[in-house]
Design a protein around this ligand. Structure first.
Ligand SMILES: [Fe+2]
Length: 263
């Protein structure tokens, strides 16, 4: 699996405090079957400022430490950029880091409770610049939970949607889990990531979420959300919509397959 949103880089935001904690998180990710993580520290959120050059340097340093410690995990640079009016220009100027520094897609973070005035204009500007906005964990935004069609509209424009794995598994409550399921089954979700901040609790693991997704949308779509699409992001390729298979239909198909095999 590829984890396309996490805060493993040490001492750079509210994620890993130091290198030891970062190594512990990396070990946890590798043990969970994650082969690659995209390091996405916060940028422009009013608390943390992590420029492209700062993140690229931090990724190089952590790669060295992982190699020394023998942790089998690939690191890719990225950032989680707050939805601010200057976001599009910061990308053009090379200040804000896009996925794998390819200039093709950017992880965009909303405030926790609101959608800022002018959000749509910022997203449209990014799309106009051929930078695909990846909306980070919309299921944890109060305004989008009240008005889920607003996210569906953004998805219809070409924005892509990343949910947090723990939202799907119910760790953030039933309301968030139900909306996550509804968006997944409507085909509005493209990526699942850990958004890990710690080795425990907010940990870098995706297996449990992938198992939940398989029940919601089928094994193939769950694989696209946790492997195929994150891999495309890392390589600068388009992220695809999933073909969600409703459980009832899937079980009927599996039953029919078994019946045909037995004859
Ligand atoms: Fe995050």
């Amino acid at each position: 699996m590829i984890d396309c949103h996490n805060h493993t880089l040490p001492g750079i935001d509210d994620g890993a405090h130091d290198t030891d904690m970062a190594l512990s998180m990396a070990q946890c990710a590798a043990s969970d079957g994650i082969e690659t993580i995209v390091c996405t520290p916060h940028h422009l959120n009013g608390v943390f400022t992590n420029s492209r050059t700062k993140i690229l340097k931090a990724v190089l340093e952590l790669r060295t430490r992982l190699a020394e410690a023998g942790v089998p995990l690939q690191l890719v640079p990225g950032s989680e950029i707050h939805l601010v009016p200057e976001l599009p220009s910061k990308i053009l100027e090379g200040d804000a880091l896009t996925y794998a520094d390819r200039g093709r897609a950017a992880l965009v973070e909303l405030p926790k409770h609101t959608v800022p005035t002018g959000a749509e204009a910022i997203l449209e500007q990014l799309l106009y610049q051929n930078v695909t906005p990846i909306i980070a964990h919309p299921e944890r935004n109060s305004e989008l939970l009240r008005h889920p069609d607003r996210l569906s509209e953004w998805a219809s424009w070409g924005c892509k949607v990343q949910l947090t794995g723990q939202s799907c598994t119910g760790d953030f409550g039933l309301h968030i889990q139900k909306q996550s399921r509804a968006w997944c089954q409507a085909g509005h979700v493209h990526l699942i990531a850990s958004d890990a901040h710690r080795p425990k609790g907010r940990a870098p693991s995706l297996t449990k979420a992938r198992d939940t997704l398989a029940l919601w949308v089928g094994d193939v779509a769950a694989e696209v959300l946790t492997v195929g699409n994150p891999n495309n992001l890392v390589h600068g390729e388009p992220v695809s919509d999933i073909q969600a298979v409703a459980p009832a239909r899937r079980f009927r198909r599996e039953w029919l397959t078994r019946l045909l095999r037995s004859n």
